[in-house]
Every structure is written in C-alpha cells, then in structure tokens.
Design a protein. Structure first.
Length: 134
C-alpha cells in the first residue's frame, strides 16, 4: 500500500480532504494500488483473509517505514471488471465512485474507467483523527 492523494468521492464524511492535502500527507490514507490473486489459486476466503492481515499489519509497518501511522486505507475497484467482493467480505466501506478523471487530470473530463471507492478504518477514532489532529 502507498500514500494516496485526498479529495475523492466519499472522503468528506470520513475526513476533511482539503486539510489532508494542505498538511503534506501526514494524515493521508494508505492506498491499496494493486491486489491480484491468480485464477489458478483456489483457496476459500483467501482474498478477504489476506486483506485482513494486511490491514492489521499496515499501521506498524508504515510507522517503521514512513514515520507515521495511517488511520485509514483506501482502494479503487474497476466496477466494469470487478465487483469488490473481497473488500466487502473484509469489511471495507464502499463510499462512492470516482469521476473517471484520475489524479493527473488536466481537462476536467472523464478519460478513465469509473471506479468504486472503498475505505478501511485502521483506527477506531479515524474520523476524529483525520479532522482534528492536523
């Protein structure tokens, strides 16, 4: 997982995106950029079990590597190709969809697939920490 930019759909009720951007990433969510289980692997509930282990380990790993502890993880699922079932099974919260513009958009037009946005709280008080600790 890696740092993500703030200001996406669904984040407003989970933290203040503008404040996240202004503070240089110290409270940005950790992002799950790639998650793939090859089709020949047939293990029941493997994806949600892996996601559960990753999110439990993530805060300590980030503290050791980046010097801060994320309180929220996020991921984007291409809804045309995938259903997000493993994220739902691992108790990630579906908070909305992207506009299909991507983080490098300069023309304010949809140029990329629209994706479902999922968040996973990593701390029980994540909302308060994201909105007041900055």
């Amino acid at each position: 997982m890696q740092p993500q930019q703030a200001g996406r759909a669904g984040h407003s009720q989970h933290g203040n995106p503008e404040r996240l951007q202004r503070h240089g990433g110290a409270a940005q969510p950790a992002g799950d950029a790639r998650f793939l289980i090859l089709p020949h692997l047939r293990v029941p509930h493997l994806a949600s079990a892996i996601l559960g282990r990753i999110t439990r380990r993530l805060p300590a790993d980030w503290q050791n590597t980046y010097g801060y502890t994320p309180v929220l993880a996020e991921t984007f699922v291409d809804a045309e190709r995938f259903t997000g079932t493993c994220y739902q099974a691992a108790n990630w919260i579906h908070v909305g969809t992207t506009q299909g513009r991507g983080k490098l958009d300069r023309h304010h037009q949809q140029a990329l697939p629209i994706k479902d946005v999922y968040l996973k709280p990593l701390h029980r008080n994540y909302q308060a920490l994201l909105t007041t600790a900055l």
